[in-house]
Each structure stands twice: as C-alpha cells, then as structure tokens.
Design a protein around this ligand. Structure first.
Ligand SMILES: NC(=O)c1ccc[n+]([C@@H]2O[C@H](COP(=O)([O-])OP(=O)(O)OC[C@H]3O[C@@H](n4cnc5c(N)ncnc54)[C@H](O)[C@@H]3O)[C@@H](O)[C@H]2O)c1
Length: 241
C-alpha cells in the first residue's frame, strides 16, 4: 500500500520520503518511482525504536527542511495468534509497530509540520493519515494483537486530531478492507479470492492498493481541509455488512 501511495504522490509532483525496516523493499520502491521520473528518497528506520524515528525526522529536517504529509502504513500482523496462543513478545512487537509506531512517527513529525507555511485558504499546515482496518470494528478472530492495535488506531487518530489542531495539523484515518498486497496473497480471479471477498465485502471485488492511495491523497489535500479526526472506510462495504 505504501508503494502505491509513493507512486501516486510522486505523480502529483510531491517529493516522497519513504521509510521501512525492509531495505530491499525500500530500494525497489525507490527504483520504480525514480524510473518514472518521481522525486523519491529512502530512509530505513525501525518503528520499534523511538531513537531511530527521532534520528529519521532529524535527517529529513536537515536534508529536506520539513514534512507536509505523513502516511502511516507500517504494521506487523504475524503471527496470527488468538487470545490464548498470543505471547507477550508477539503482542509487544505487533502492537509496538502497528499502534505505538504510528504514535511515535506522528509525535516526531507534528512539531516539524507546525513550522510549515499555511496551506490553502484555511491555513492548515500539515496532514497525518493513519491506517486502521475493518477488523477494528468486526473483531479479527485469530489475531488478537493486530485487532487490538487496529482498534487502538481509531482512538489514537481522534486523540491526535485533538492534539494536532493547535499545530494546525489535521489527522485522519483510512480503514481498508481486503486489499491486494503481499499481506493478502490471493491469486487474482481465483475461486479462493471470490469466496473470501463474497464472504466479507458488500462489493464483489477486492480493494486495490491504488484505491487506498487515492483516499490518502484526498485526505492529504486541501479538498479535505475541513476533515480532522475522521475515519474513512475504504473497505468494499465490509464495515456496513
Ligand atoms: N492488505 C490488506 O488487506 C489490509 C487490510 C486492512 C488494513 N491493512 C493495513 O494497511 C497497511 C498496509 O498494509 P499492506 O497490506 O501494504 O502490508 P505490508 O506488509 O505490505 O506493509 C507493511 C510494511 O510495514 C513494514 N514494517 C514492519 N515492521 C516494521 C518496523 N519495525 N519498522 C518499520 N517498518 C516496518 C513492513 O516491512 C512492510 O513493508 C497496514 O497498516 C495494514 O495493517 C491492510
């Protein structure tokens, strides 16, 4: 999903700064976007380590001056353990990357956004997008830590929207449904895909990473200038079902 957003934001002329613990994945995204003429810079970091995030934001400040839009896609979802099988170590890592990592990245980016020139007529200065999941509403049987982290993202988004307002920073959330990424290895057009999509979505198809990227682009734009603390379900109707 992060890769699709990098492509889309770059196609609109943004300077895109990407980070991940997976250096090979970062290099691949950087290569793909640069090949199409996009401005992209890769900075590996570990969301489990606040020092790594602080260092990343300091490097961005030095090299690029500021951050206007922060998209928090990173998550850990393995192993998919239920309540009795989940270990404390699983919990700490999954909740640490998915929930605490979103807070830490925003914590360090928000003060930088406050220094931005006002954007558009209303003069907001920065935008943060968090990423939840339909399992935040529906209970994600078999992965207790991930489900708790994603439900936490809903509350975290609202809390950070309140705290971001004095900084003129808007904070909104996308809550994806089943989306075609390496995290959901379903063969396109397969019987398996059809069965799973029919069971959970209202619409008879999966979301594509580009659908999620379009939602992030809109939330990050001046067209969404009056939105903060909003949860946008981009989920094929999963939440409504
Ligand atoms: N794919 C779906 O169907 C789906 C559905 C609902 C929600 N989501 C959410 O959408 C977001 C993107 O999901 P995706 O499907 O693209 O998954 P993905 O696994 O491709 O992306 C997650 C990224 O997080 C990175 N990451 C993991 N630990 C990290 C750490 N310690 N520090 C820095 N980066 C780390 C991984 O390397 C990976 O690149 C996630 O928040 C996911 O929970 C996905």
């Amino acid at each position: 999903m992060g890769r699709a957003a990098a492509h889309l934001f770059a196609s609109y002329g943004a300077t895109v700064l990407i980070t991940d613990i997976d250096e090979a994945g970062l290099a691949e995204t950087g290569h793909q976007v640069a090949e199409k003429g996009g401005a992209i810079y890769s900075y590996p970091a570990n969301l489990l380590d606040e020092g790594s995030i602080a260092e990343l934001v300091a490097t961005i400040r030095k090299n690029h001056g500021t951050i206007h839009h922060l998209l928090n896609y990173a998550a850990a979802y393995e192993p998919r353990h239920g309540t009795t099988a989940c270990t404390s170590q699983d919990w700490d890592r999954i909740v640490g990357v998915t929930l605490k990592g979103t807070w830490l990245a925003t914590k360090h980016a928000m003060p930088l956004m406050q220094t931005n020139e006002p954007i558009g007529q209303k003069g907001w200065r920065g935008s943060v997008v968090t990423v939840a999941s339909a399992v935040a509403y529906r209970g994600g049987g078999g992965f207790v830590a991930y489900t708790a982290a994603k439900a936490g993202i809903l509350g975290l988004t609202r809390a950070m929207a309140v705290d971001g307002a004095p900084y003129a920073v808007r904070v909104n959330c996308i809550s994806p449904g089943l989306t075609r990424t390496p995290a959901t290895p379903l063969v396109e057009g397969s019987e398996d895909e059809k069965r799973i999509v029919d069971a959970i979505h209202l619409l008879p198809y999966m979301c594509e990473p580009e659908d999620q990227a379009q939602a992030a682009l809109w939330l990050s734009s001046d067209a969404a200038r009056t939105l903060t603390g909003t949860i946008l379900n981009v989920d094929g109707g999963w939440t409504a079902k």
